[in-house]
Structure formats: structure tokens, C-alpha cells
Design a protein around this ligand. Structure first.
Ligand code: ACO
Length: 396
């Protein structure tokens, strides 16, 4: 007996459900699971705000750490607050040699998202969880996670190549330091600025799958490292953060502009999902894709063109006639890979970089959840066997 009909009218009871039971919505589509004052999405206009500020303005004017402060504490910091916050984050960038040694035992061919999830969770072994009602504890945990996640991503990149991690450079700002730790070269200021803007626009996006995961984990009053580790694991999937890797693979598989239409038509006929397209909230082009496209063009102007970008634009143009009528347009993952590729970042680090940025949003939701906590415990619609008799092994 089917228990749900995804095509049923919103609010209609699922087939088989008693009329007084709440309707089952696969993927909780349209079901408010929390109240939040952090981020607002207008999916029809393609508008995204963090704490009331336009994310596009923040990407152009703010820095990632200033935006993280805004997301987590609700207001833009004063100059003094920002200076202290940046200083604290800078002071906590190093990770324990024990964590580095643990990372050295990870398989080199393992995915960096798995390495990040394990490393983030291991922070809980080092720092106590017992003071969730103490603002200083919250501040310290926020600082530590924002500071150490990039160091762990960069460390695994070098460790898997058989090299020792590069120590953070205290004189470099957040984004520049991360790029430095990856390459041991101080990045070009434009590259660092563009990377920082990428972090800003990936920092928060309301109750997406990984943030929901973070809030569910937070609601048990576990430690913030478990909160971030659970969110990292959720972000890793190809329907969520992992799509940015797949977009470049798709562009390479298409190969040339004349292949775009036949490739898309075949994929759509086979009911494949086109990676980097579609979004539960946006029925227009994701505003973050618009910003990323602009950032990609700035990079190409400065450091040379990427022919995959022409192919991507062609895919967007052809897909508009095939998928546009269903409200399916490029999402944040469609152009981000092209930006990171131009910055020389390996493909399987794209999603860990997403995680570096989204740590700010996860922490904002962690703090908000603690402020009005009730453990998440939804109900279910049981579809299993009716009560039946136990059969002994020899009688089966
Ligand atoms: N390509 C082709 N068709 C699509 C796509 C796509 N990328 N996305 C949605 N559709 C179609 C579905 O086939 C479905 O069609 P149907 O009604 O004829 O069956 C309809 O649109 C609704 O799709 P759902 O999968 O139900 O939409 P949902 O809101 O559950 O999924 C999601 C959203 C997961 C992002 C989806 O669009 C997708 O899989 N996209 C590709 C992966 C991707 O780019 N993920 C990154 C999202 S952004 C982020 O998480 C950071």
C-alpha cells in the first residue's frame, strides 16, 4: 500500500493515511522544521539575505570572517569586535600534532570530505562539551572550528601527497592563509579576494540538508564538533555539496558545444539529474550562481580564459529551454567548480571548501538551536508488517 503520493496536492492527506493525520511530505518539502532569524531565501525573485543583508552586497563589501560574525551573533561587528575575532581565529589555526598524526594514518586515496569529517569529529576528544550555556564556551568553539577546519582541509591535501602540512601564516588573512597552506605560495591578492567572496556566498543557506543535520545533532546538546562533523557528512552527498565536483566531470563528458543539445536531450530522456541544476527553494537562477559567474569572469580576465566556461554557458543556454519551464536553473554548484579550477584547487577539495564556508552557517544554527532548544523527534507513518508470530530458526 503506497503511503505517499509526491504528486498529491500540498496539504492533501497521503493515500492510506487517516484524514486527521498530517500529510507525509517526502523530503519534508514545505514543512517548517524550525524558526530561524539567520537567513532568508526568496526563491521566486532569486534573492538571498543573511540577517537581513543582501548576500551579494556582503560578497562585494564584507569579508568571510565579518560575515561569519554577523551570521553567528546577528549583528555586524564593530571594528574592535572584528579585530578581536580575527585575532582569536588567527591564534587558533594550528591543529594538534596528534590530529596531524591521525590524519597521516588515513588512506591517501580516501575522499577529503571523509578525512574532514573524521578530523572535525576528533576535535571533540580534545575540548570539553560541558558548558553549552556559557557564552565564552560558545565563542571559543566558534573560533576553534572556523580556525581549524581550513587547516585540516589543507593538511590532508599535503599529507595524501606524502608531504608534511604547512603551518599557517599568522600575517595572512583567512582566505589567503588557506590558499597559502595548500600551495606554500602567497596567493595573488585578487585570487584571495575572490576566494573570500566564494566563502561568503557559501556561508549560509537556511535549512538545507547539512544545516538540518547540524540542528538535529545540536538539539541533543552534544558538542559542537559532533554538530559540524555530522553536517560535513551530510554535505558530502552528490545531491548536496558534492554536485560541484560532478559539474566539471559533466562538462568534460559533453566535450564540445555542438554536443551540448544532444547530450542534454539524452540525459533528460534517461531521467538523469543534470548536475548543478535545480534547487528545492529557487525556481529561478540561484543568485549565488550569478555572483560566482561574475567572479569566474574576473578570474579569467586576469589569469586567462577557461574553455570549459564557454561550454558551461552553452549548457545553461540550452538547458533553459529544456528545464527552465519546470523552474530548473543553475544552482550554486554550477559555476563554483570553474572558479576553484582557475584557482588551481584540486577537484575533490571543492566540497571541503564548501564545508569551510558553511561551518559559519552551521555554527549560527547551532547557537540559535541552543537558544530555544527542543530535541528533534519527528513522527513517522509506519508501513511495515502487522504484528505476527515469531518463527523459530529450525522452522523457517
Ligand atoms: N536535472 C534534471 N531534472 C531535474 C533536476 C536536474 N538537475 N532537478 C530536478 N529535476 C526534475 C526532477 O526530475 C523532477 O521531475 P519530475 O517532476 O518530472 O519527476 C522535478 O524536477 C523535481 O525534482 P526533485 O528531485 O523532486 O526536486 P528536489 O527539490 O527534491 O531536489 C535537488 C532538489 C536535489 C537539488 C535536485 O534539483 C538535484 O538533484 N539537482 C542536481 C544535483 C545538484 O546540483 N545538487 C546541488 C544542489 S545545491 C546544494 O545543495 C548546495
Amino acid at each position: 500500500m503506497p503511503v505517499s503520493d509526491p504528486a498529491a496536492a500540498p496539504g492533501a492527506p497521503a493515500e492510506g493515511a487517516a484524514s486527521h493525520a498530517p500529510a507525509f511530505r517526502p523530503g519534508l518539502e514545505g514543512v517548517p522544521a524550525t524558526q530561524s532569524a539567520i537567513c532568508d531565501i526568496d526563491g521566486r525573485q532569486g534573492h538571498l539575505t543573511y540577517r537581513g543583508y543582501d548576500a551579494a552586497i556582503l560578497a562585494a563589501q564584507s569579508t568571510f570572517l565579518e560575515t561569519a560574525y554577523l551570521l553567528i551573533w546577528g549583528e555586524l561587528p564593530t571594528a574592535l569586535q572584528l579585530r578581536d575575532f580575527e585575532h582569536e581565529v588567527q591564534m587558533h589555526r594550528r591543529v594538534s600534532f596528534r590530529i596531524r598524526d591521525m590524519m597521516k594514518s588515513f588512506p591517501a586515496q580516501g575522499h577529503p570530505m571523509d578525512a574532514l569529517q573524521a578530523s572535525a569529529a576528533s576535535l571533540g576528544l580534545f575540548y570539553s562539551r560541558r558548558a553549552l550555556d556559557n557564552p565564552e564556551y560558545i565563542y571559543g568553539a566558534v573560533v576553534r572550528l572556523l580556525a581549524k577546519i581550513p587547516t585540516m582541509v589543507a593538511a590532508f591535501q599535503l599529507i595524501r601527497k606524502g608531504q608534511d602540512p604547512i603551518q599557517p601564516r599568522d600575517d595572512l588573512p583567512y582566505a589567503a592563509n588557506f590558499l597559502y597552506m595548500l600551495t606554500e605560495r602567497e596567493p595573488d591578492p585578487l585570487a584571495a579576494r575572490i576566494f573570500d567572496a566564494c566563502l561568503i556566498i557559501h556561508a549560509e543557506h537556511s535549512l538545507n540538508a547539512s544545516t538540518f543535520s547540524a540542528r538535529v545533532t545540536a538539539s541533543t546538546l552534544t558538542d559542537p564538533y559532533a554538530v559540524v562533523a555530522s553536517a560535513v557528512g551530510t554535505l558530502a552527498g552528490p545531491l548536496h555539496g558534492g554536485a560541484n565536483e560532478d559539474v566539471l566531470a559533466m562538462l568534460e563528458a559533453i566535450g564540445s558545444e555542438d554536443q551540448v543539445a544532444p547530450w542534454l536531450d539524452r540525459a533528460i530522456a534517461e531521467r538523469q539529474k543534470i548536475m548543478g541544476f535545480g534547487h528545492r527553494e529557487y525556481k529561478v537562477k540561484d543568485p549565488r550562481a550569478v555572483i560566482l559567474q561574475r567572479l569566474a569572469e574576473q578570474l579569467f580576465d586576469r589569469f586567462g580564459h577557461d574553455p570549459l566556461y564557454d561550454l558551461a554557458r552553452k549548457v545553461e543556454e540550452v538547458a533553459a529551454s529544456r528545464l527552465g519551464p519546470k523552474g530548473i536553473y543553475p544552482n550554486v554548484d554550477f559555476y563554483s567548480g570553474l572558479v576553484y579550477r582557475k584557482l588551481g584547487i584540486p577537484r575533490d577539495l571543492f566540497t571541503p571548501i564548501f564545508a569551510i564556508a558553511r561551518t559559519a552557517g552551521w555554527l549560527a544554527h547551532w547557537k540559535e538551536q541552543l537558544g530555544a532548544n527542543r530535541i528533534f523527534r519527528p513522527s513517522q507513518i509506519y508501513t511495515g508488517a502487522v504484528p505476527r508470530e515469531w518463527t523459530p530458526l529450525e522452522a523457517r
